[in-house]
Design a protein around this ligand. Sequence first.
Ligand SMILES: *Cc1c(COP(=O)(O)O)cnc(C)c1O
Length: 474
Amino acid sequence: MKYISTRGQSKPLSFSEILLGGLAPDGGLYLPETYPKFSDQDLNAMRSMTYAELAFHIISKFIDDIPKDDLKSIIYKTYTKEVYAISRPEQKAEDITPILKVKEDLYLLSLSNGPTLAFKDIAMQLLGNLFEYVLAKENAEINILGATSGDTGSAAEYAMRGKKGINVFMLSPYQKMSRFQSAQMFSIQDPNIFNLSIKGVFDDCQDIVKAVSNDLDFKRDFKIGAVNSINWGRILAQIVYYFKGYLAVTKKNEVVSFTVPTGNFGNICAGHIARMMGLPIKRLVVATNENNILDEFFKTGMYKPRDSKNTFHTSSPSMDISKASNFERFIFDLIGRDSHKLNQLWKSIDQGGNFDLNQEGVFEKIKDFGFTSSSSSHKERIHYIKQIYDQYKIMIDPHTADGFKAAYEHMDESVPMIVLETALPIKFEDSIVEAIGQIPDRPKSLAHLEDLPQRFEVLDNQVDLVKNFIRQSV
Ligand SMILES: *Cc1c(COP(=O)(O)O)cnc(C)c1O
């Protein structure tokens, strides 16, 4: 299995060769040259598998340069009930991503039972173990540099803590994360994790990361790497839970639909690939918030990314994205993997422009890929948090509430709809209190999180200060 770039001008590479990198050298994103296919019979055989068995069965089809036994032990130590312990009382932790029936034909797929209470753990935990394995084999080291406004940074740190050959330097905006989010990151005491609290906003952090990565000498000398959402390993790990959720609600391979709270298009891109692999998915519903460029695209065929000045800060902050980095992967498939055409489209995007797929005559094809979309306002999220709680005694977070709003709009008669739960409500206490007037329950293990000693450095908003810090720490 080789991986090719969407832009078509990079050499095809194997899995281990693309694992540690981000973009392909030609600026594109990596995808497997073909998608493995699963038949009706295959699906039946997979229905009784545990999460780890299923993950190995699927992931091993995409990786041919790690010995099977090694891959198996990496996957089996990643997906354990100890790591995904924060399940709801009525669920079994060993399911890893347990399904919860909300009502007839409406389900919640719990993806947030890992250490940082958001779905990003599922992929990041695997990435941590794969990175450690590949680095050890090559006797290499990596210094991961990233910027976070909350969820990604903590998922990366919990996945990489204590890993040999890996340091993490995570930039976050000084005093701009929730108390819970800062406590979650800053209480990590492992010496390979460095929290840099930058006196600025999230965009400043991201600009510093870009500036450091663009200094090619520094990047080479200090082995700077990334774990951002375009990493193929993250998409790959996410494909598994679409199968898991599907198999949990079906008996004879009937069609189901999925609704996915969407920001960078990474989560739903995995759903698209699962569908291409033969999973009987009727609809893939893209749920957005007020930052609704993707909703606009799926309704009109026009893709018009916005700049950061026109990106709203909302109550589902992990979806406050106005340029969806993984979207390029889906468009590549939609236009029949025509790299030449893709280059034309993204030339416009990279220059701050937009594109219209009606003019290209391909927008019609969206239907064949199952996609549809919706967007929600703060008021609607609060409404759905309250409604789902009042009617079903299930607490959902504001991102998952974006999902429920979209799911109710796009449910078909007797087709099960599975909403992906992207975070637990305790991460976003304020919205829950606003909706239902009570603070969500906390698992015992996190009861005193904010009281734990914290470890972080406060730095002025200057690239050189960050470079110096890295120099002195490695
Ligand atoms: C990251 C994140 C999202 C968006 O996921 P994408 O893969 O970027 O589309 C949605 N909800 C939560 C809670 C997240 O952390």
